[in-house]
Design a protein around this ligand. Structure first.
Ligand code: TYC
Length: 113
């Protein structure tokens, strides 16, 4: 109360003693899309090099790296990680550049989840 006068809003608007229900609006913010980074098999890249790549660029431990490499070797392709667009793009570029530098034909791609 100011100057001995009641603010009309206190009575009219700031009063939830009626039967109204407050419903929280659903957020309209969308989650950013995620991208799978995929490793492809070929007949020439050494198995040890693929394991090394998985350890170096994807922070995957040795045993898990061997397991993923063998999945690609047997099935032709495997997901090695899921990331935001820019991180996935960076991983693909790092693998492709490093493989080319070491003269291996290893292929890495990304696709929207
Ligand atoms: N197939 C390869 C070999 O027999 C090994 C390999 C595994 C290559 C996974 C690529 O993404 C790959 N040497």
């Amino acid at each position: 109360m100011v100057n001995g006068m009641a603010n009309k809003d206190d009575d009219i608007n700031n009063d939830f003693s009626d039967t109204s229900v407050l419903v929280k609006k659903r957020s309209k913010l969308k989650k950013p899309p995620l991208y799978k980074v995929l490793l492809l098999n070929d007949d020439f890249t050494p198995m040890e090099f693929v394991v090394h790549v998985l350890e170096k660029f994807f922070a995957i431990g040795h045993e898990k790296a061997v397991q993923i490499m063998l999945t690609v070797h047997k099935k032709g392709i495997a997901v090695v990680g899921v990331y935001s667009h820019d991180i996935a793009e960076t991983k693909v570029t790092q693998v492709m550049d490093y493989s080319r530098k070491n003269q291996h034909p290893l292929q890495c791609t990304m696709e929207k989840e």
